[in-house]
Design a protein around this ligand. Structure first.
Ligand SMILES: [Zn+2]
Length: 481
């Protein structure tokens, strides 16, 4: 088991280096922008729609009319002003915009040699990075490897230069190998204060922190009013789980963090983790998608090359996922078997956490190979149902509960008057079959109504750009980028 774990670590570390990158500029013409802007201040009414509000009671409103003005929900079943744009919601279902609580967006960077006045040489069109999100009804994401480029992306969206989701950003603090490194409790505390000064609202603790520094980071984050998400450091292996389930460690980023801590994959062990999580108020992102994707690509790269959503991935990453795929390159039958045992245990973890009443949140790890931004959230929601959540519970992990953890539940996460109109119009009822979350008729994101036709046009544009630029972005030639 130990050797397998070592190999596994090597594989996961290598995969992390893929996630460095993101961009600040959009190449849209000013005329495009004007056209898009003109659509922002409009008043919309969706008529005759079935509203699934995703409040705790979640009483479905049938055949309702919802009025949206300046990006807010202003009324339900009241009169409609004459100048409202009418959207026909007949036989359709309206849910709150979806939230992915674990993503890694590309951001600007450089592989080639720099000099002091030279900035990033590898840039991305922010719109191309964001289109797959709203195309899939994702209107909020939690960036778990925060970099300066992500702040720029958030500003471009906020100022409506780019259509995209709301972005919460966490600063990663690690014991080695990450941008912010803290090797002592004192450094850990200072790193938290620095991150706060830079504008981060959240801290992500990482794998190589010492137990003492991990605890100091969490304690300082509490003092600074910052919530903590993250990994359980490997240094806790062999120690009692009480050591890392500590108050204010608010959210575990993968169920895998728990399966790494034990060789006992029994339901009793899952229940023990759940009980401790309940006591320390630690929530969980099961992140079932990434392990399923890892197993598939360890077995065969065809699982990546045959992905229908691969064409929406930046060509550099498309090429890397195929030509430099560490999960596939280092796969052995033993390693695949180990991954499979973990994946099975993760389902037990979901069951035990549900039984104990510990909230779970939908997060995909989008950005690791084989996990495509936006598209993967539907996979995660389905896997949560397969693991034992009801359709409604699974939807709550990607709406109300996620908003609650991010402390934006007064603004998004449910369909209620005065909240932002982050909304997804579906052709079929997701409470009957949760896979219906991907049958999207239209989305309201950042105050803009985008119907299925426009979504398709934007996705086609993105796929074409990616295809046209393949030769420019070969992974083996990245030193020139
Ligand atoms: Zn991640």
């Amino acid at each position: 088991m130990t050797n397998i774990k070592e190999l596994y670590r090597l594989v996961t570390i290598i995969s992390l280096f893929t996630i460095f990158i993101g961009c600040t500029t959009s190449n849209k013409s000013s005329r495009d922008l004007k056209n898009e802007k003109s659509n922002y201040e409009n008043i919309f009414a969706i008529k005759n729609v079935n509203i699934i509000p995703m409040t705790v009671e979640n009483k479905v409103l049938q055949n309702a009319t919802i009025l949206i003005k300046e990006n807010k929900i202003v009324s339900i079943n009241k009169s409609i002003p004459d100048d409202a744009i009418i959207i026909d919601g007949k036989d359709k279902w309206l849910i709150p915009g979806l939230i992915d609580m674990h993503v890694h967006n590309l951001s600007s960077g450089s592989f080639s040699k720099g000099f002091p006045t030279r900035g990033s040489t590898l840039n991305f069109e922010t719109q191309n990075l964001m289109t797959p999100y709203f195309a899939n009804g994702v209107t909020t994401v939690f960036e778990l490897s925060g970099r300066v480029g992500h702040f720029s992306q958030r500003d471009e969206i906020e100022s409506k230069k780019v259509i995209g989701p709301r972005i919460a950003i966490a600063a990663v603090i690690d014991g080695e190998g990450n941008e912010i490194v803290a090797t002592t409790p004192l450094e850990g505390r200072q790193s938290v204060r620095n991150a706060k000064g830079l504008g981060y609202k959240f801290i992500k603790v990482y794998t190589w922190l010492s137990p003492e520094t991990f605890k100091a980071v969490i304690d300082e984050a509490k003092k600074q009013g910052m919530k903590v998400v993250g990994h359980i450091p490997n240094a806790f292996e062999g120690k009692a789980a009480e050591e890392f389930f500590i108050p204010h460690f608010g959210l575990i980023a993968h169920a895998e963090e728990l399966s790494k801590q034990t060789d006992d994959y029994s339901y009793e062990k899952a229940q023990e983790f759940a009980r401790l999580a309940k006591e320390s108020h630690t929530w969980l992102i099961p992140n079932l998608t990434n392990m399923v994707a890892i197993i598939k690509q360890a077995k065969s790269l065809e699982s990546v090359t045959s992905l229908p959503s691969l064409k929406y991935v930046h060509p550099l990453m498309q090429d890397k996922w195929v030509t430099s795929n560490s999960y596939n390159k280092r796969a052995t039958p033993e390693l695949i078997d180990y991954f499979q045992k973990q994946a099975d245990f993760h389902k037990l973890i979901v069951k035990a956490f549900k039984e104990a009443g510990v909230p779970m949140l939908a997060g995909t790890d989008a950005g690791i190979s084989g996990v495509v931004w936006g598209f993967s959230l539907h996979d995660e929601i389905q896997l949560l149902v397969d693991a034992g959540l009801s359709n409604e519970e699974a939807l709550a992990t990607a709406t109300r509960l996620a908003a609650e953890w991010l402390e934006i539940n007064d603004k998004v996460g449910t369909i209620e008057i005065d909240k932002f109109a982050d909304l997804v119009l579906l052709d079929e009822n997701p409470l009957e079959d949760v896979s219906n979350t991907s049958k999207i008729s239209g989305v309201i994101v950042n105050g803009k109504w985008i119907d299925a036709t426009k979504i398709k046009t934007m996705l086609d544009h993105l796929a074409k750009w990616n295809n046209d630029n393949k030769e420019r972005y070969l992974w083996k030639n990245r030193k020139n980028l």
